[in-house]
Design a binder for this molecule. Sequence first.
Ligand SMILES: *Cc1c(COP(=O)(O)O)cnc(C)c1O
Length: 229
Amino acid sequence: MSMLHSVETNLEELQKNIREVCENIDRSPAEIKIIAVTKYVSNDRAEEAVLSGVKHLGENRDDGLLKKWELLSDKAIWHFIGTLQTKKVKKIIDKVDYIHSLDRESLAEEIHKRSDKPVKCFIQVNISGEDSKHGLSKEKVMGFVYMLENHSRIQVVGLMTMAPHTEDETVIRQCFRELKSLQVQIQHLNLPYAPCKELSMGMSNDYRIAIEEGATFIRIGSALVGNEQ
Ligand SMILES: *Cc1c(COP(=O)(O)O)cnc(C)c1O
């Protein structure tokens, strides 16, 4: 569908929509950072995104990230957005700027061990409670944040979630709203290792709702770079 269009055209459309949503709710579009999710597309298409002005690229697999990184390394800010196997951490840790899928202590330990500098992490929360989704249950998030104090190279920049697969906007909105509420709670703890100001939520189908509910990073694949699969 979007493959008929250049990334530039899709980006203009996306930015127009973001501006419209922001106008209605009195947010500045500058608060919303767009991550182009390139997991479905070729290196060339990822490069096209960068040339069109996209600054953030997201991949959900270590091999996909490495392929694109080899081509574009210092031309983008790199986000790892998928489930991260502990044994894969060392392959990607020097390449990524953000990890969106911190969801267990063993992963925190491995990141801490393999990195020589603080790593910007989002804690992934499974708000909807769907079995198919990764992430911590919301009840476990606060305890997890406190536990991270012992892992000095983890910096909790924010929370991430994926909304449930549903057409029901109310359900999606509720999910984003609960993530925002948790984010604010953690921010108010004023923990030096957990500024927790960011919210990574919203994909091609639900980014408008996510922005209305406070998203600061939206992760857009199909609607921006397309889906070649
Ligand atoms: C694939 C993916 C996206 C982007 O999905 P689209 O619906 O194509 O925009 C966003 N976040 C995560 C974690 C993903 O795996």
